[in-house]
Design a protein around this ligand. Structure first.
Ligand code: SAH
Length: 421
């Protein structure tokens, strides 16, 4: 009864959502947790795995609709939370709220988006930010990047996808954006039984947009770029190279659209050479250098970093600063060894190209490699390269991608600057 009361109160405030509120509260399946499971869910983690559900007390999972809202109770029949389910996924439920009086409806998403935006503003973000970082913002499997007046959205679970119209509607209400685009062309959607798609969620617009970052300008191709078009998570890290690149000859591998390289040129590097395997990315690098009037200092070429770095070591080429930000190398824990080998090998090659007393700037973007393991990999590479390292900076992703303690997968980016002696 308490729930229905709350629904009515909310419905007065937000009368337009009234019908949704009532409809959803009435029919809701209740799932019960098994008795002897770890207290993870009850302690705040939003994922309920299939093997944590007490199948005797709960409705048969096959009767649940993928994406429907369900309630979760513990073994003592106490309310734990409400969230969306997908009986076909190993993560059967992802919780959206722990408040028994909070309903999951369009008003819920409107409120959560407002909260997420308020938090970013509080941290000092104005133009660009990751507005929603999934679980870390209480909206599992939802990603929204804000690039000034444009928004790029990903709904990576069916239970979030069903709320896409409500989310788009909320973005319109809060931001009056110039455009919204969906980058749901991601394989993980197929595991959830959804198609890979991309396209406009607003009136069509020119999807090559310009953003400002750290006093520089970058073109972002939100329709065809990687992920949502731009890696906002490295914003603070790009600034962290400021002092070490002064008057330096800089090499950057895995440059993507040239953001670190262009920062280096801007911060006073003598010369900058950026490489990436993608021809499209290299074309964007050149465009970005010109956009900032730094084309005379920067050179970009499309090539494979593994081969190039090895070749240049043989040729005795050396740089004052070498920067690398390789891709994840693996998407699954089973292939973790592949990632470790890849990271070690590329860091070893990069280190060998650093002049004694120069700097290595290195990053890893997969949550499958936790920070201590990443640092171990760098240490192993240094040992093989017979170099000693002196740490300058160790940081993680920018704070618009919040790390929630106890939710391991929210901490994913490692960023290290070391002097290589
Ligand atoms: N530091 C960049 C992001 C790098 S993403 C930024 O802040 O924007 C990783 C990049 O590595 C991608 O652009 C991808 O095209 C590139 N890449 C992947 N494998 C590569 C290889 N073997 N050689 C060179 N580049 C590669």
């Amino acid at each position: 009864m308490a729930e229905v009361e709350a629904v009515k109160i909310n419905a007065v405030v937000l009368s337009e959502y009234k019908t949704t509120f009532v409809a959803i509260t009435v029919h809701m399946h209740k799932l019960f947790l098994r008795k002897k499971i770890s207290p993870r869910v009850e302690n705040g983690h939003p994922w309920v795995f299939m093997n944590e559900i007490n199948v005797q007390d709960s409705p048969p999972l096959e009767t649940l609709q993928p994406g429907e809202t369900v309630e979760v109770y513990n073994a003592a029949k106490k309310f734990v939370g409400r969230g969306y389910c997908n009986p076909k996924s190993q993560i059967t439920v992802r919780l959206l709220t722990r408040h028994a009086t909070e309903t999951i409806d369009a008003a819920f998403f409107y409120g959560r988006l407002q909260t997420a935006w308020r938090y970013r503003q509080q941290l000092g973000y104005t133009e660009n930010c990751r507005l929603v970082f999934g679980e870390a913002d209480g909206m599992p499997a939802l990603i929204i990047d804000k690039f000034n007046d444009y928004f790029v959205l990903q709904t990576l679970a069916v239970g979030m996808d069903v709320w896409k119209p409500a989310i788009v509607d909320a973005l319109h209400k809060i931001f009056s954006p110039k455009g919204i685009y969906e980058r749901n062309d991601v394989p993980v959607r197929e595991l959830e039984g959804m198609a890979q798609i991309k396209g406009f969620l607003s009136d069509p617009f020119d999807t090559n947009i310009i953003i400002n970052e750290n006093g520089l300008r970058f073109c972002v191709d939100i329709a065809n770029g990687q992920k949502t078009g731009y890696f906002l998570d490295q914003q603070d890290n790009r600034r962290a190279i400021k002092h070490i690149v002064k008057n330096a000859d800089v090499l950057e591998a895995f440059t993507y659209t040239g953001t670190f390289s262009i920062h280096a040129a801007h911060y006073g590097a003598k010369s900058v050479f950026g490489i990436d395997i993608s021809e499209n990315a290299i074309a964007q690098c050149r465009r970005n250098a010109e956009l900032n009037g730094l084309q005379n200092k920067c050179r970009f070429e499309a090539m494979n970093a593994f081969d190039a770095l090895k070749q240049w070591t043989k040729e005795d080429k050396r740089y004052d600063v070498v920067m690398i930000d390789p891709p994840a190398f693996t998407k699954s824990r089973e292939n973790l060894q592949k990632a470790i080998t890849g990271y070690k090998e590329i860091n070893l090659r990069a280190m060998k190209l650093v002049k004694p007393g120069g700097f290595l700037v290195t990053a890893s973007c997969t949550n499958l490699v936790p920070p201590p393991l990443f640092l171990d990999i760098i240490a192993m590479a240094a040992k093989d390269a017979r170099r000693t390292l002196r740490q300058v900076t160790y940081q993680t992703q920018a704070s618009d991608h919040p790390i929630v303690w106890g939710m391991e997968n929210t901490e994913y980016l490692k960023f290290l600057i070391v002097e290589v002696r």
